[in-house]
Design a protein around this ligand. Structure first.
Ligand code: MG
Ligand code: ZN
Length: 255
């Protein structure tokens, strides 16, 4: 019985997630679900990423149990920010995101970043209606986390190794992370970066632009309607393919 209850919760969530995705598609918005432990640098990453994507416009839905602190940090950087307080909830649900979407003007947005509640376990089980999943792992968390929490990394489209500027003093073994990832997820793009120093940020921003171009093309073809906003202009942008990794720290002896 217990399993049936959990399944029905996830099914109901998935139905709302599909509706969210359809709504985002209709508005030409690319949505990304950022998932990681608390303190991996999701908000800092967004603080540095959003200005780099200009003139594209970004909105953020931020999930936290309490406070509006992350929304305050992003206010004035993103075109629109909505803080979702989950109370005791340790992950965002599609219904919460649907409520967040109603307070956004989707017609004026190119990217929607959903900053999930910091948690390495259950956010991965809940489809929010995003197009892409991004999992972050910061070097202070240790190089054993992919092996310990594979369900976070398995469905990710991009995996970001963050705070790599600290890797030398932390004795972080990125080679271990790559080995574990090769068993868990060999499909995702893997990028190493430091939002603080800017190291490795360019391949990440390039990947985002490229995903938006590809998504805009797919969405337009699916709708088979005349190109509106969020379509044509991007097709002409020349985008170099990002390297599989940023600065390759695995080559360094101590890593
Ligand atoms: Mg945050
Ligand atoms: Zn949870």
């Amino acid at each position: 019985m217990k399993i049936k209850v959990i399944e029905s919760v996830l099914k109901a969530n998935d139905a709302v997630a599909q509706a969210n995705r359809a709504r985002l598609d209709a508005a030409g918005v690319l949505a990304l679900n950022l998932m990681s432990a608390p303190g991996s640098g999701k908000t800092t990453l967004l603080e540095k990423t959003i200005p780099a994507l200009v003139p594209q416009r970004c909105a953020v839905l931020v999930g936290d149990l309490q406070t509006t602190r992350d929304a305050e940090r992003l206010d004035g950087i993103a075109a629109e920010v909505v803080q979702i307080n989950t109370g005791t909830g340790c992950h965002l649900t599609a219904t919460q995101v649907a409520a967040g979407l109603t307070s956004l003007d989707l017609s004026g947005i190119d990217y929607l970043f959903i900053e999930n509640v910091g948690n390495m376990v259950c956010p991965a089980a809940f489809d929010l209606g995003e197009h892409l999943r991004v999992a972050l792992l910061s070097t202070p968390e240790g190089s054993d986390k992919v092996a310990k929490y594979p369900t976070l990394f398995q469905p990710a489209d991009a995996i970001l190794l963050t705070k790599v500027d600290l890797s030398a003093i932390l004795d972080f073994r990125s080679r271990k992370v790559y080995e574990d990832l090769s068993r868990v997820n060999s499909r995702a793009v893997l990028l190493e970066l430091s939002a603080q120093t800017g190291l490795g940020m360019e391949p990440w921003v390039t990947w985002l632009r490229q995903q938006r171009c590809e998504h805009a093309g797919v969405a337009a073809a699916r709708r088979a309607q005349p190109p509106g906003r969020g379509g044509g202009a991007l097709e002409t942008e020349e985008l170099p393919r990002p390297a599989h990794a940023g600065p390759d720290l695995s080559q360094r002896g101590s890593l």
